[in-house]
Every structure is written in C-alpha cells, then in structure tokens.
Write a protein that binds this ligand. Structure first.
Ligand SMILES: Nc1ncnc2c1ncn2[C@@H]1O[C@H](COP(=O)(O)OP(=O)(O)OP(=O)(O)O)[C@@H](O)[C@H]1O
Ligand SMILES: [Mg+2]
Length: 256
C-alpha cells in the first residue's frame, strides 16, 4: 500500500507521517517512509538517534537524461529502487526504512537537472517500485512532485487540516488537485482539534466539499513537549493522544 500525506505548511504532516509509520511498524508492517520535504525532519519524528551515522546524501547524479528524439528527452533514475534504498535508506525503529529525497545535493556531474526534477523522479521511482510493505510519503506543501503519472500508484492521499479557514480552504484545493491527478481516494485527517466546535467546523466544511474524514486527532501537548526535546512523540509517551488516535487509524488502514 502506498499513501501520501499532504496539507498546508505546519498542519502536522510530518508529525502524522512519522507517528503513523511507527504505529504501522508496531502492528507488524514493513514500512518505507519517504521524506519529500526540502527541510527534512521526518527522521526526528521517526525516532532515529541524532548521533546515528546518516546515509550518504542523494544527489543530482542519481538522475540521467535519456534522449528520446531529436529535440525530446526525459529524465530517469539510474539505479533500481532497491539499490537506492540499500545505499541511501536509513533504519528507523519498528522496522521502518527512511529515505530522504527532498533535499538532493547538487553534484558537479550528472544530469545537470534541478533538485525539483530529482525529487519528482525519485518519488516516481519509489511509487512505481514493487513494495510489499506500506509506503508513507510525507510530501511538501504542494502536489507538484506527484505529477508525471505517478499519482495513479498512490492508493490514498490524506490531506491534513487544522480547524481554521485557510487550512480548510487549502485542503479543498489539495483534494481537487489530487482528484485531477487521478487519485480517487482522497480523505482528510483533522489535526490539532481542541474542542467540539473545532471538530464540528471541520466536519461541516468537509461535508460541503464532499471530503470524507479519516480520523480526528486532538491537539496534544505531548507532541509539542516531544518536539521541544527533539524526540519522537512515540518514544516520549507511547500513550499520547496522538499515538492513540493514529493506532485506531492505522488498524483501519491495513484492514481496508
Ligand atoms: N496533534 C498535535 N497537537 C499539538 N501540536 C501538534 C500536533 N500535530 C502537530 N503539532 C505541532 O505542529 C507543528 C507543525 O507540525 P509538523 O512539522 O508535523 O507540520 P508539517 O505540516 O509537517 O509542517 P511543514 O509544512 O513545515 O513540513 C509542530 O510544532 C508540531 O509539534
Ligand atoms: Mg513537514
């Protein structure tokens, strides 16, 4: 199964992606976490030791330009995806492998393409590769990287919303974009919900735009406390409200 987590900046995409990966791993799944953010921080949420030796950084060298005709070409990833994972992947707790694709290094040689192309092609390569486990892609705020026919390989896209209007409006745009890209299953994840009124506002809005809500996640001080200490909320408090909400969600996800 391949899922992507999208949403406006700061809504909680990384917190949710990382904690969901941990929960999925704990219930017996092999998980591949893809960090597509140019400022990667999924590693902390996954609970990777800060002192662990990081894998080599992916660079633009990984891409080659393939000429297709006199004036046309396309880019492609040079290595099979398994090899990429073997070289650039990093182990995280609970049977998770993390691959950071969002901040490729500019190399002197290679395809001379921009980092955007590298991210797009790597996500394409990840999504089209055979994968027996669950792949969770923490996207940046746009769905740009999901273009190039990649989206049909995504089983579900979740757009994270907070209970305020601009975030809800952004979710509506994401949902529209995802559907235009051919992703049929688009659902909302309501995050940082503090009150019944918050929950109702999200429910009302999502109903209006015909967007199902997959899970409601409460605002949780444990997340901010864990963040302050630079640790994963799972390792900080495995009974945190966020963890509990995502446990229920993960079970449903694997059952469907
Ligand atoms: N349920 C929650 N309760 C309380 N705080 C939360 C919750 N979810 C996320 N946060 C906090 O919100 C902030 C943004 O979270 P996060 O980095 O996961 O968002 P993001 O969507 O990945 O952001 P970006 O767009 O910058 O990548 C963090 O400080 C995080 O601790
Ligand atoms: Mg993030």
């Amino acid at each position: 199964m391949k899922i992507a987590i999208a949403g406006k900046g700061g809504v909680g995409k990384t917190t949710i992606s990382g904690t969901l990966c941990r929960v999925l791993g704990q219930i017996g799944n092999k998980v591949l976490a893809i960090d597509g953010d140019p400022n990667p921080n999924l590693s902390t949420v996954l609970g990777i030791d800060k002192d662990a030796t990081p894998p080599p950084r992916l660079s633009t060298d990984i891409i080659e330009r393939v000429e297709e005709g006199e004036k046309s070409w396309r880019f492609q990833v040079k290595m099979p995806f398994d090899e990429i994972l073997g070289t650039y992947g990093q182990n995280a707790p609970d049977n998770i492998t993390l691959l950071m694709v969002g901040a490729p290094e500019k190399a002197g040689t290679g395809c001379m393409c921009g980092s955007h192309t590298v991210v797009r092609e790597l996500i394409h390569s990840a999504l089209t590769a055979e994968n027996q486990g669950i792949m969770v892609v923490d996207t940046e705020a746009s769905l740009e990287h999901m273009k190039r026919g990649t989206s049909r390989h995504v089983d579900k896209i979740f757009t994270v919303v907070e209970p305020y209007y601009r975030s809800l409006e952004a979710a509506s745009r994401f949902a529209k974009m995802a559907r235009e890209l051919g992703i049929e299953k688009v659902e909302a994840i309501a995050n940082k919900v503090r009150t019944k009124e918050d929950e109702q506002a999200i429910r009302d809005y999502c109903k209006k735009i015909d967007l199902p809500i997959a899970v409601i996640i409460p605002f949780d001080e444990q997340v901010t406390d864990a963040d302050l200490r630079g640790v994963s909320v799972m390792d900080y408090d495995k009974d945190a409200k966020v963890v509990k909400a995502l446990e229920g969600f993960a079970k449903e996800l694997v059952m469907n």
